[in-house]
Write a protein that binds this ligand. Structure first.
Ligand SMILES: Cc1cc2nc3c(=O)[nH]c(=O)nc-3n(C[C@H](O)[C@H](O)[C@H](O)COP(=O)(O)OP(=O)(O)OC[C@H]3O[C@@H](n4cnc5c(N)ncnc54)[C@H](O)[C@@H]3O)c2cc1C
Ligand SMILES: NC(=O)c1ccc[n+]([C@@H]2O[C@H](COP(=O)([O-])OP(=O)(O)OC[C@H]3O[C@@H](n4cnc5c(N)ncnc54)[C@H](O)[C@@H]3O)[C@@H](O)[C@H]2O)c1
Length: 472
């Protein structure tokens, strides 16, 4: 057995692990990085990157069908399903070098391509190497949750780890789970010529504000996606090409293929956490505000430790760990400023509190600013002026924003910036946005805060009237 000592040993080379490794080694730490499967983790290989690439293929197909209102004759897209998947593979290949062993070894990281497993509170084994480190970081991510629904074991099904390898068009895709994975995949497949049925046990896009989710769902349904809500999948029957799902209330759904998209399971099986004295809480590794586990030498970041499972959250955690482990300065992870976006068309985005959460927390002090996308000239010109922004404001400061509509994922950045920095709504009102841009929506929403204060105020009217009498 080979033995090595290092400053920082990171277990998992996905979004969180890679960010920490790159940052730490460039700041002068001695770093060992363990990866048991593919460099880049879920995001690059089975998550964000392939899903957004497939969505882009779907968008290209959809554009051919959506030209009539612009005077462009509707064309039926001829879809080469394998071609769409080749685009997905190509996109992964383009980004891959950034996450590669070669790049990280070039930066000076010692990359060991083995799974890591704790031997003791201070030692991890990876293949035939035992690593002792001043600090460890667990960044092992999550895997698709496959619940024990009766019959599932006898029916072929995909998860996000296999769906991007399907090279033939799926005649009728059944998707169990109407969360972000289910809905993004539903629309991409529908646009690429598949029939799609989503079977959701509660409400589709249920982690978002229901008013905003409804805007997205209306469009998905209009594109021909069947979305069954309150339909908990209770039994699965059939065989390849002929699959049947029975919901708890007796509804039956039939299709040819099945995608399971019912949530995630943290990757902790191989870690031997007991040997390191690390406990879990509701399945996730238990961490304090500084992302430290019960074992003070060990941090945990990203999907394995967070209920908010996004690449940018893993990246944010990386910054906290680098500050804490490398400079020994205090660092605490916040959650109030973390945004997310679902890349359906239209997009759905959130940062901070939803309207319901803000009302519960702030009661009468809450003001909700609403602006409808129908008032945005750029989107009117594009024929896409459908959507809504809501900004939750308390004492002049935004505490949350919800957006459903074109470019919601881009628009949310402004509100994430304000909330992260404790800025007031006036910061957006003071900004001049180029005309005509979609981002003017943010400025118009901020304007809603001032409208009653300026235009409905008798005091303002009286003062302006007096000044007008005085000035020559
Ligand atoms: C279909 C899909 C679409 C998504 N789209 C988005 C999106 O658009 N935007 C967004 O922000 N997020 C998205 N996500 C979520 C995002 O992929 C994850 O939040 C992110 O990858 C988490 O990063 P991580 O570092 O925690 O884990 P990962 O990136 O998964 O990395 C964990 C790594 O650890 C390795 N590993 C596991 N156990 C061990 C061990 N014992 N030893 C060594 N290595 C180990 C794994 O092989 C893996 O490479 C999506 C997810 C899915 C499934
Ligand atoms: N754009 C993005 O950022 C993006 C995209 C995809 C995934 N992700 C990340 O991946 C995570 C996982 O996504 P997800 O969509 O798998 O999980 P999810 O937990 O968000 O949604 C799963 C859905 O499945 C439903 N469900 C569970 N059991 C069911 C059953 N038996 N029958 C019918 N429905 C059932 C749940 O009610 C829920 O709505 C997300 O929470 C997110 O963090 C992010």
């Amino acid at each position: 057995m080979k033995r090595i000592k290092t400053d920082l040993c990171i277990i998992g080379a996905g979004s969180g692990g890679l960010s920490i490794a790159a940052g730490a080694v460039q700041m002068g730490a001695d770093v060992v990085l363990l990866e048991g499967h593919k460099m880049g983790g879920d995001c690059l290989n089975y998550g964000c990157v392939p899903s957004k690439a497939l969505i882009a293929a779907g968008k290209a197909a959809h554009a051919l069908e959506a030209g009539e209102k612009y005077g462009v004759a509707k064309a039926v897209p001829q879809i080469d399903f394998a071609g769409a998947k080749a685009h997905v593979a190509d996109v992964i290949k383009t980004i891959e070098p950034h996450d590669s062993v070669e790049r990280f070894e070039g930066l000076g990281v010692n990359v060991i391509q083995e799974y890591g497993s704790f031997l003791s509170p201070k030692e991890v084994q990876a293949g035939d190497t035992v690593i002792t480190a001043r600090r460890f970081v667990i960044a092992t991510g999550s895997s698709p949750l496959v619940p024990p629904i009766p019959g599932l074991e006898d029916v072929p099904y995909d998860t996000n780890e296999t769906i991007f390898e399907q090279l033939e068009r799926l005649d009728h895709l059944l998707i169990i789970g109407g969360g972000p994975i289910g809905m993004e995949m539903a629309q991409a497949h529908r646009r690429l010529g598949c029939q799609v049925t989503v079977i959701e046990g509660a409400k589709a896009l249920g982690k978002d504000d229901p008013e905003m989710a409804a805007i997205v769902l209306e469009n998905l349904r209009a594109e021909g996606i069947e979305i069954a809500e309150d339909a908990l999948a209770a039994e699965i029957r059939g065989k390849a090409g002929a699959i049947e799902i029975e919901a708890q209330d007796g509804r039956i759904f039939k299709g040819t293929h099945l995608l399971m998209a019912v949530g995630r399971k943290p990757n902790i099986d191989k870690l031997n956490l007991e040997k390191a004295g690390i406990s879990t809480e509701r399945g996730l590794i238990k961490v304090d505000a500084g992302l430290r586990t019960d074992n003070r030498k060990v941090y945990a970041v990203g999907d394995v430790a967070s209920p908010l499972q996004f690449t940018h959250v893993a990246g944010y955690h990386a910054g906290i760990v680098i500050r804490s482990a490398l400079t020994a300065m205090p660092a605490k992870a916040r959650t109030d400023h973390l945004p997310w976006a679902t890349y359906t068309d239209p997009e759905l985005a959130q940062v901070g509190l939803t309207e319901a959460q803000a009302r519960e927390k702030h009661g009468e002090k809450l003001e909700v600013l609403r602006f409808d996308f129908s008032g945005n000239d750029r989107l009117i010109a594009e024929g896409k002026a459908k959507g809504l922004i809501k900004v939750m404001v308390v004492k002049g400061k935004p505490v949350g924003a919800s957006i459903a509509g074109p470019q919601a994922g881009e628009l949310i950045n402004t509100w994430a910036l304000l909330i992260a920095n404790g800025l007031k709504i006036g910061a957006v009102a003071a900004m001049v946005a180029p005309y005509p841009t979609v981002a003017e929506i943010n400025k118009r929403a901020a304007g809603v805060y001032y409208t009653p204060r300026l235009f409905d105020s008798t005091l303002v009217k009286r003062v302006v009237g007096m000044i007008q009498k005085w000035i020559p």
